[in-house]
Design a protein around this ligand. Structure first.
Ligand SMILES: Cc1ncc(COP(=O)(O)O)c(C=O)c1O
Length: 381
């Protein structure tokens, strides 16, 4: 890896915060016990760390400790929420509502369920990537089990009207699941205030370790497990617990939520500076999603997604030779396909265009953005 490369892909993943690593460290070495070993101090220490972390996470999101299930990350949490809710529902209940810009962890799970006879409604979004609440209300039917709408989008950063959607679902008596992976730690999040019944989260988007996450499941919400085995997590998710990872998830969430406002100010000001510089140098710029200067509350503070046409795209790519950004979204770019999110907001620009996603982070320095902006100005004006 080239250590002169500036990392601007924090919506794909984030580096581990050293404070998180320090908290995790003892659970790799001296307190390495299996949290299920209840006959000795190694196991009991590990179990206490898990339960303390569970309580910490629950307190932060307004839940109760027993409503948190630890998983391997948001992909597993999303699978568990939807498949688990369908499997636990009576046979006549077989409808899921979601939207066109969800992460593939939701959309692909829905496709699999559809092949098994589940009815799936995929709602459209507007040109800013926002779901209309009226569509949700109209789509709910007698056989609806769950509505799943993400908190914030991973590609274009659009923030959904989660509280309003939650209120509609609560009124109509259907479960509301939200993939909170991108929003949590960047935007206020509280399961009661937002009428959320299930929420997916992951540590690696908030400066925690990869491979660990959680699913919040409200106490009165029934789901069936996907992974069977030793009966861990009250039978909801078997498998030896990733103790250092769980400790890291709790610490990462604690830091992110404590510093949410100042970090939002930091990342959004750098993001806006980058946008303004590109805007100044480009005649073909299209901002994908909400304009953060007009409606900052409708876009993740750290996210920018743009399309440039023709030579301008190539010039900008040249200016960013030492910047790590995403061609659209790391999550979809692995499959090499056109982004379903851009298609859903009506950006079918296709050939001769360049689309870039930038994710500013906690550790992005003012000088990093200054360097990038100078390079853009030099190359493009
Ligand atoms: C919105 C969203 N959901 C789910 C995921 C998957 O999370 P994980 O990598 O923890 O499986 C991601 C990131 O890749 C994401 O951005």
């Amino acid at each position: 890896m080239n250590n002169t490369t500036i990392y601007l892909d924090n919506n794909a993943t984030t580096p581990l915060d050293e404070r998180v690593f320090e908290e995790m460290k003892p659970y790799f070495f001296e307190s390495f016990g299996n949290a299920a070993s209840n006959t000795h101090v190694f196991g009991m220490t590990a179990k206490k760390a898990v339960e303390d972390s569970r309580k910490k996470i629950a307190d932060i999101i307004g839940a109760q400790a027993e409503e948190i299930i630890f998983t391997s990350g948001a992909t597993e949490s999303d699978n568990l929420a939807l498949t688990g809710a369908i499997e636990a529902s009576p046979k006549e209940k077989k409808h899921i509502i979601t939207c066109a810009i969800e992460h593939k962890a939701i959309l692909d799970t829905c496709s699999v369920l559809q092949k098994k006879g589940i009815r799936i409604t995929i709602l459209p979004v507007d040109e800013n990537g926002i779901v209309g609440t009226e569509h949700i209300a109209n789509a709910i039917a007698d056989d609806t089990v769950v509505v799943s709408i993400m908190h914030a989008n991973n590609e274009i950063g659009s923030v959904q009207p989660i509280k309003e959607i939650g209120e509609i679902c609560r009124e109509k008596g259907v479960w509301f699941h939200s993939d909170a992976t991108q929003g949590i730690g960047k935007l206020p999040f509280h399961v009661d205030d937002m009428y959320i019944d299930m929420a997916s989260l992951t540590a690696h988007k908030i400066y925690g370790p990869k491979g660990v996450g959680a699913l919040y499941v409200r106490k009165d919400c029934l789901i069936s497990p996907l992974i069977h085995g030793g009966g861990h997590e009250r039978g909801m998710r078997s498998g030896t617990l990733n103790v250092p990872g769980i400790v890291g998830l709790a610490k990462a969430l604690e830091i992110a939520c404590k510093t949410l406002e100042e970090e939002g100010t930091h990342t959004s000001s750098l993001r806006n500076k980058l946008l303004e510089t590109i805007e100044h140098c480009s005649k073909t710029l299209r901002v994908n999603g909400v304009d953060p200067r007009k409606n900052p509350e409708l876009r993740l503070p750290n996210n920018l997604n743009i399309t440039l046409y023709g030579d301008e795209g190539e010039l900008l790519s040249g200016a960013l030779w030492n910047v790590a950004y995403s061609a659209s979204s790391a999550c979809t770019s692995a499959s090499g396909k056109q982004s379903h999110v851009l298609t859903a907001i009506g950006n079918n620009s296709g050939e001769n265009t360049t689309t870039m996603r930038f994710g500013i982070g906690r550790f992005t320095k003012d000088e990093d953005i200054e360097t990038i902006c100078s390079s853009i100005k030099e190359m493009m004006s």
